[in-house]
Design a binder for this molecule. Sequence first.
Ligand SMILES: [Zn+2]
Length: 142
Amino acid sequence: MTYFRALDPFPLESADHTTLHEFYTRLGAGTLTTTKCRGCGRSAWPPRGFCAECGAAAFDWVDLASEGTVHAFTVQETGLPAGFEAPRVFAIVKVDGHRVFTVLTGAEPAALRVGQRVRLAPLRVADDPKGNPRWLPAFEVV
Ligand SMILES: [Zn+2]
């Protein structure tokens, strides 16, 4: 089967494609992590292969909390790509001082509120072209 990158909405997460592959490996194991610069000590979101503050390209992985709070959200009812169920709730979740753009799964849009506590629930999406599992950060209402 021919693989068309333009038709694949998900990141290529393997070590062949990104220096940040460990983020996805850890996410698949149930832990949200990010990068912390070895040069200046700042942690970034999203994870970065180099530091936007000091330019260093060396980093360590640090675990983030498995729970956060909804900072903002929106609901998409139509126009979703094939395979995505509506309504889709997109949110910015505050986790350890970072604002994580994410999907809320199983959320009832009318009942959702800013400040709502949510828990990490990584979302397995389509496998990559080589059959490796892929994961995206997602949260669920506590
Ligand atoms: Zn730095």
